[in-house]
Design a protein around this ligand. Structure first.
Ligand code: SF4
Length: 386
């Protein structure tokens, strides 16, 4: 057994643990564990500094999770874009491929908690169906391996998936959507990295939400992935009490860049049942973006997006930088709220089109023909009806 697997075995993962370690009431602990399983591995647990700190909030259940009676379980409507259980095919050229229901930590804010941790809903038995679907759809050039966490499967199983995908000529890139560098960095081993190198281009999307997660262990894991040739991007979720503060986000994104992780997205929290206590006003997200842009390197600025409820996809949101127009000038403001004008380029008006009905066409169908002024012959330009 590898170190990371041994650590997983020592996770907090039951209602009994909640009662004994954190003093939860028995009935409440059982309900919370039923709503969404508990799992916190010893590494992530060691990052907690005090009760209800930003690490605690992400991994220890909260009684308010039981109060979201009307929130949807599948706010992004992923199920309607799922042709086979392991695939979500929403965008034209890419698919989400769910290869396991398991994670090294069950994040209390997880948007896919209706399925994650439940092997009756995501099962490795369906991996072949996913590969077959991708092989049969030549428009798919980008495959995002997810779950659960795709690095929860063994190197052997993961290599079989990667080899199957690489055997499909139209699959150009593979992405691993994994939280392991953040929650269990010991999973990133030299053996794993050596194997990944064989199947490039492989991108890694990881998921740090708070600067306290940027530990020496996480730094080492990201360096190993980067040295193995995997570009790494980060997807953070904006959460009340965790990172809804511009200084926290600034520190997080600066630390990520130092770890060779490129900030990619800040997600507005989804409407998922049991997670609504994490939601913040959109105004807060825009305020954070306003305090990032210009105040640190552009490389450290992610997109702030709302994944549209119902399945509309990711929609980027920006603070207001274009204030209006004055004639051909655009009025802009910079990050210090100083006003500037930019003389826009005047666009040429399109040439007016001459519509000519030819005698020939009129006789046949009375249809119109659009021509540019110099194109028709003299004969075609004879008045209609002559
Ligand atoms: S690691 Fe990802 S899939 Fe797993 S519980 Fe956390 S957010 Fe959900």
């Amino acid at each position: 057994m590898e170190l990371w697997q041994e650590m997983l075995r020592q996770s907090i993962d039951s209602a009994k643990d909640l009662i004994e370690r954190f003093g939860f009431d028995k009935e409440q602990a059982e309900k919370l564990n039923k709503l969404f399983h508990i799992r916190v591995n010893p590494y992530y647990l060691s990052l907690i500094r005090y009760p209800n700190d930003p690490i605690w909030l992400q991994c220890i259940p909260d009684a308010v999770e039981l109060e979201d009676h009307n929130a949807p379980e599948d706010p992004l409507n992923e199920e309607s874009d799922s042709p086979v259980p392991s695939i979500t095919h929403r965008y034209p050229d890419r698919v989400l491929f769910l290869v396991t229901s398991q994670c090294s930590m069950y994040c209390r804010f997880c948007t896919r908690k209706r399925k994650v941790s439940d092997s009756t809903k995501i099962n490795s038995k369906w991996i072949q169906d996913g590969v077959d679907y991708i092989a049969a759809h030549p428009e798919v050039r980008d495959v995002v391996l997810s779950g659960g966490d795709p690095l929860m499967v063994t190197d052997y199983v993961l290599e079989r998936v990667l080899a199957s995908l690489r055997a499909i000529p139209h699959v150009e890139i593979i992405r691993l959507g994994t939280k392991m560098p953040c929650v269990l960095p010991q999973r990133i081993t030299p053996k794993l990295c050596k194997m990944l190198k064989k199947y490039h281009p492989i991108y890694v999307n990881t998921h740090f939400n708070h600067p306290w997660e940027c530990t020496p262990e996480a730094d080492k894991a990201c360096a190993m992935l980067a040295d193995a040739g995997c570009p790494i991007g980060n997807q953070a979720v904006l959460m009340k009490g965790v990172n809804d503060d511009a200084d926290v986000m600034l520190e997080l994104h600066r630390k990520l860049l130092k770890m060779r992780v490129r900030p990619y997205y800040i997600y507005q929290a989804d409407l998922t049942k049991g997670t609504n206590h994490f939601r913040t006003p959109v105004r807060k997200g825009l305020e954070i973006m306003d305090k990032l842009r210009g105040h640190t390197s552009g490389l450290a600025i992610p997109y702030y997006v709302i994944d549209a409820p119902g399945g509309g996809g990711k929609i980027p949101l920006l603070p207001q930088y274009v204030l209006g127009r004055n004639g051909k000038d655009i009025i802009l403001r910079n990050y210090k709220y100083e006003i500037f004008t930019y003389p826009d380029v005047e666009e040429e008006q399109p040439e007016p089109q001459l519509v000519v009905e030819t005698k020939y066409r009129r006789r046949r169908k009375m249809t119109e023909k659009k021509v540019v002024p110099n194109e028709p012959t003299k004969r075609e330009l004879e008045p209609v009806g002559k």
